[in-house]
Design a protein around this ligand. Sequence first.
Ligand SMILES: NC(=O)c1ccc[n+]([C@@H]2O[C@H](COP(=O)([O-])OP(=O)(O)OC[C@H]3O[C@@H](n4cnc5c(N)ncnc54)[C@H](O)[C@@H]3O)[C@@H](O)[C@H]2O)c1
Length: 269
Amino acid sequence: MTADRPAPPANQPAPDQPAPDQAVPGPPVVVVTGAGQGLGRAFALDLARRGWQVAAADLDGDRAAKVAAEIAAAGGTARAFTCDVADPAQVTELAAQLGPVTGLVNNAAIFSTLRMGPFEDIDPQTWDRVLRVNVTGAFLMCRALIPAMRNAGYGKVVTISSATIHTGRPGYLHYVTSKAALIGFTRALAAEVGPAGIRVNAVTPGSTATEVERETITPEQRQAMAAATALRRIQVPADLTGAVAFLLSPDSDFITGQTLNVDGGFAYH
Ligand SMILES: NC(=O)c1ccc[n+]([C@@H]2O[C@H](COP(=O)([O-])OP(=O)(O)OC[C@H]3O[C@@H](n4cnc5c(N)ncnc54)[C@H](O)[C@@H]3O)[C@@H](O)[C@H]2O)c1
């Protein structure tokens, strides 16, 4: 442990840090919501590789279980949970099963299944569900998990927003609104829980190609977006895993309430 880096409490050491001699129950736990596919899966696999014990939670428990099995096959530690982040009872149940948690990645969202279209055609039920999952889901997860972080005097929350909030995108009003709300959420929560040693930050990914096909972006649009970035290439999940791992690590312990834009130089934030 270096002198210039405050240590997490002894009962929850950060990964990649020399463990204190006593009272170490094992690697710290990070919960990744929406871990069954796409970016959540990539975060779960990467964090396990870095030494975190991963709780992979998803609405689709079978997919979460497959990711946990992938982690185990690679020598990591993971558990899978079926959980709808928009359901307070399921989130409370998840927190009870988890026990103390050091890291939380609020990644679950209605995203790849979302239909784009003119805002007048968005029916209010769809609007409510998008906000319910994408925004209320993060609130419910924090509400359930932060008390244990508070007890430990240390915790890290990383919420996945979207670079669309910097540029806007037609046909996506429900989604962009939900992702913009998470920035206010991040700032306000960081201010509230900072005195308890809990850091809360957000990441805004650019459009990222995952293993999941989606209707919301054509190959032509993806190429055009890549051509408009400073780095001139399509973004992939590995472009984001380091940023999330950094915000969960002690290296970022003096950073809170911030939004880290990771999009290859498309929007300048
Ligand atoms: N891929 C991109 O281009 C991109 C860009 C910017 C931001 N993001 C954000 O990154 C995150 C992951 O994106 P993705 O591409 O992997 O999306 P995805 O749609 O492929 O995966 C989302 C995952 O969340 C799960 N999920 C959905 N509703 C849930 C609920 N109520 N409770 C629990 N789990 C639920 C799904 O089952 C799925 O496994 C999302 O927050 C998304 O908004 C993605």
